[in-house]
Design a protein around this ligand. Structure first.
Ligand code: FES
Ligand code: FE2
Length: 393
């Protein structure tokens, strides 16, 4: 299989090189129009929380972030506050972060290690699998069915080194089914479970989550919004694209490929001369760089249509695998992370915040996605489909 994969990758890279030579790019069939209210409407935002995040699996962490038994993280999902926690048998559970007595927030910290979750209000406690363990002053409380009073569990699964959850209790989760055969195989081929998440940060922005997600599927803005940073390394608006229905990916040539504009590269591998961008529907961008991965996820605010959280993670091989001393390895990723943060804060976020304020214009007029904005079109098409389908009764 790996031979087929690398042959296929080299062919896609050559297609991108060909586009670069001809000043063309892959395109989808037609221009797609949209309206400003899609980024401000509270009712649509509610439907997205329920029909998108409440129905399909999305990534909430890399497995290495809760590597050991009793490790936990808390996550604000669009519909629920959630604790993800590593169990005694090594599996992961997702539990709604709320005490079943009178609803106090059980766990306020972002992450840590707990053998049990103990409520700050009246000190009821729960095992890490959500089972109710202790009712304080139980003799005075009256008869209750303890089995009905465990923490509410959400569907969760670990696959390809990530923890995925559906933000609605009572559903079945099937990550492979959601990914489909192509994307499931692609992610499987990257052995992402062998990497570590060494940097992780969340950015809370006054911007609709779709505006945010769109910016990180966009190969068209690089030269204009990032002239002195990203554009020094990556070509603008040149993509060899594959459509997998709910997901897609495209390769974009890096500037190092320019030496092959005149000369034929022959059979040599050009993998170090491209970035591969994956859209994992409905809210994730996975960037494959020559020596590491970058994962970006976008989640709507639980209430406001004009706010969202972006999480950025750097997934890297261990120093031994990378062939670096611990010190050089740390310095490498520190520097990498600093550059990413600088570009986000100085270049992407200001444009996106301003765009969101513009979307409040009552007479915005129609806007559009071009045929060249391939991944953005896949994202938009997926949301349209999810919002159109009525959930099964
Ligand atoms: S609300 Fe948690 S113990 Fe009362
Ligand atoms: Fe950007």
């Amino acid at each position: 299989m790996s031979d087929d994969v690398s042959v296929d990758r080299e062919a896609r890279i050559r297609r991108a090189l060909d586009h670069l030579k001809k000043d063309t790019t892959d395109q989808v069939e037609k221009v797609e129009y949209f309206d400003a209210f899609e980024f401000t409407d509270p009712e649509l935002a509610q439907r997205e929380r329920d029909l998108v995040f409440g129905r399909v699996p999305t990534i909430v962490a890399h497995s290495s972030e809760i590597a050991n038994t009793y490790d936990f993280k808390t996550v604000q999902m669009p519909r629920n506050k959630v604790i993800i926690v590593r169990q005694k048998d090594g599996t992961v559970k997702a539990l709604v972060n709320l005490c079943r007595h009178r609803g106090a927030l059980l766990e306020e910290g972002p992450c840590g290690k707990r053998r049990l979750f103990s409520c700050p209000y009246h000190r009821w406690s729960y095992d890490v699998d959500g089972t109710l363990r202790t009712i304080t002053r139980e003799n005075t409380l009256g008869e209750v069915d303890r089995n009905q009073l465990g923490l509410v569990e959400l569907p969760s699964e670990e696959r390809h080194g990530f923890v995925w959850i559906i933000d609605q209790a009572g559903l079945q989760i099937d990550v492979a089914g959601w990914l489909g055969p192509e994307m499931d195989q692609i992610l499987g081929g990257y052995a992402l479970d062998k990497l570590g998440c060494i940097r992780e940060e969340a950015f809370s922005e006054p911007v609709n989550w779709k505006v945010m997600q769109d910016a990180f599927l966009d190969g068209y803005h690089i030269q204009y919004a990032h002239p002195n940073t990203a554009a020094k390394h990556i070509h603008t608006n040149v993509m060899a694209f594959e459509d997998f229905e709910r997901h897609c990916r495209f390769v974009a040539p890096r500037k190092t490929i320019d030496r092959w504009l005149e000369e034929d590269p022959g059979d040599r591998s050009l993998v170090d001369d491209v970035t591969e961008t994956h859209f994992i529907g409905p809210n994730t961008t996975l960037l494959k760089q020559p020596d590491h991965f970058q994962l970006l996820t976008f989640r709507p605010d639980p209430e406001s249509p004009t706010h969202s959280v972006m999480e950025m993670r750097l997934l890297v091989p261990s120093p031994e695998v990378a062939g670096l001393t611990e010190e050089r390895w740390t310095r490498l990723w520190d520097k990498n992370w600093e550059i990413l943060l600088a570009v986000l804060h100085a270049e992407d976020f200001p444009v996106l915040r301003a765009s969101q304020t513009g979307m409040a214009s009552r007479d915005a007029g129609q806007m559009l996605l071009g045929r060249n904005e391939v991944a953005n079109q896949v994202f938009r098409r997926l949301l349209k489909r999810l919002l159109a389908e009525t959930p099964e009764a």
